[in-house]
Design a protein around this ligand. Structure first.
Ligand code: ZN
Length: 516
């Protein structure tokens, strides 16, 4: 049907009004979600222990409000109209992505029966309680029935939310939009094939670096000032963020100008706090770099968990463990720790940060062995979701795989299958994002080195502005408008691959261990 220019104009005007209305609802949900985040931050940093049960009620009340906003049928209708509108095909890239992703998110949520959402939330709370007891007592039978239940419910969630996808991909897609397991498994297998001999080479090498210089007395008060200075120097904005203390470090966003990072302290091992802060500040820099005007909407959100992790790992491992970084940081560190670092050089410290020490525990793992921990979890959880492995057989499967990759078996289940909270918390399909993040970090860093002439010299002078500016322009600015694979390819000019991570680990650790 023909339309006069005026009526087309009017239709577009009303489309813009509809879009504004959808954005307003999304922003209202974001306000509630950020209140939830504020309570969550408090829970993990300052809250007194006896406040936990009432906090649970507060969190549940808010979660209910957020869910109701996000699944409001009126929003669904609005988004369906918008999806078929002129704006959805002709708007700016941000508007097109916002409409497409809001509609997608809505449909996914709306396909989940309310009964399933409630049952899953409740089961995961109970399962995490059981996990704490099970881990403390190294008792697999305490956790097993809960994991059965969680995996069954997650399988149901998978088939409800994305019936068009393989069930594992449906879950993976929650954390890594567009991620598909066969492609991930292929890259992981190549990475694993390269890493197992590298780890063996490091362990058996006769020229091992020592980290004794990092294991001296580092007073916590001085560490607090030191790590803050480092975070500030790499660009973390303390006018729009804070650093606090916690047991399990995290980064949480409470609003467009309120990013909270956390760390823990160890008086006799400096890397705990320093690398914890470099990692979380890397997450924080990403959050602070997302387009502020789109806060609460897809163009203002992170692209994926793996892209998030790539930002933290880039600062932690590719900047923070480099000789250039220590050329700048060693004199600074000596000002804060004159006794511990007396008589040391930048090279002593940097070498101490490249120790490879296979550990049973993932969160204690070094940069090289870490990915082996992640990849075995990816294979095991996928086998369960696909029905190729029974939950009851998980401990045996865990120990066998650990033996293959690390050459020994965990002495207890607490040091094996019971160590992570993820599965009890319903985080299935989450583990692979850690290693994908490491791969992306390596690939992005080598692209940054090509794009920024003299980056080495800048880092050695403690100048990180060009690197951060490049990340802001290439990765942060696009928010969630691109999936991780295409984003990495666009920024680096090559398809996402494990190649750069393998190359970087072999170069740096091969040299440190005299393997080359
Ligand atoms: Zn992280």
């Amino acid at each position: 049907m023909d339309q006069s220019p005026t009526s087309t104009h009017a239709a577009r005007g009303s489309e813009a009004a509809l879009f504004e209305q959808a954005c307003m609802t999304a922003r209202e949900a974001a306000v509630l979600a950020s209140v939830e985040a504020a309570l969550g931050w408090d829970e993990r940093t300052l809250m007194p222990p006896k406040a936990a049960s009432y906090r649970g009620e507060q969190a549940a009340a808010l979660a209910g409000l957020v869910h109701a906003k996000r699944t409001d049928p009126a929003l669904g209708e609005l988004l369906a109209t918008l999806a078929a509108s002129h704006l959805a095909s002709q708007g700016t890239p941000e508007i097109r992505a916002a409409i497409r992703l809001m509609a997608q998110d809505y449909e996914k949520q709306a396909r989940l029966p309310a009964r399933l959402v409630t049952e899953l939330a409740k089961t995961c709370v109970d399962a995490q309680q059981a996990w704490m007891v099970a881990r403390a007592e190294s008792s697999w039978p305490t956790l097993a029935p809960w994991l059965e239940k969680v995996f069954a419910l997650k399988r149901e969630q998978a088939s409800c939310q994305r019936p068009d996808l393989d069930p594992y991909d449906s879950l993976l897609d929650d954390y890594e939009p567009g991620g598909r397991w066969p492609a991930v498994a292929e890259r992981f297998e190549r990475l694993r094939t390269a890493l197992v001999p590298l780890v063996r080479g490091c362990v058996e090498s006769s020229s091992r670096p020592s980290d004794s210089v990092m294991r001296r007395h580092y007073p916590i008060r001085d560490q607090e000032r030191f790590v803050r200075a480092v975070a500030e120097r790499i660009g973390f904005d303390f006018q729009r963020g804070r650093l606090d203390t916690t047991d399990h470090p995290f980064c949480s966003t409470l609003g467009p100008d309120d990013c909270r990072i956390t760390t823990r302290w160890d008086e006799s091992y400096l890397p705990t706090a320093l690398f914890g802060v470099l990692h979380e500040a890397g997450h924080g820099l990403y959050e602070q770099g997302l387009p502020r005007e789109w806060f609460g909407l897809p163009p203002g959100e992170a692209a994926s968990l793996a892209i998030h992790e790539s930002q933290s790992r880039l600062w932690e491992n590719f900047v923070g463990r480099s000789p250039e970084f220590w050329e700048w940081c060693h004199p600074l560190a000596r000002e804060f720790f004159p006794e511990a670092l007396a008589g040391t050089t930048a090279a002593d410290v940097q070498a101490a940060l490249l120790v490879v020490e296979p550990s049973f525990i993932r969160v204690e793992a070094d940069e090289v062995t870490y990915n082996l921990h992640v990849m075995m979890r990816f294979d095991l959880e996928r086998a369960i979701v696909h029905g190729d492995l029974a939950v009851a057989d998980l401990p045996a499967a865990w120990n066998e795989r650990f033996g293959k990759d690390f050459g020994r078996r965990p002495p207890t289940d607490a040091e094996g299958v019971l160590q992570d909270i993820h599965w009890s918390a319903g985080l299935i399909g989450y583990f692979p994002t850690y290693t994908l993040g490491n791969m992306f970090a390596a690939q992005l860093m080598q692209a940054a080195e090509r794009a920024i002439p003299g980056l080495d010299r800048q880092m050695a002078a403690g100048e990180f502005g060009d690197l951060l500016g490049w990340l802001r322009r290439t990765v942060h600015a696009t928010g969630r408008t691109q999936e991780s694979g295409p984003l990495v390819e666009q920024v680096t000019g090559e398809p996402a691959s494990e190649r750069w991570l393998v190359e970087s680990l072999f170069r740096r650790y091969g040299t440190a261990y005299g393997l080359t």
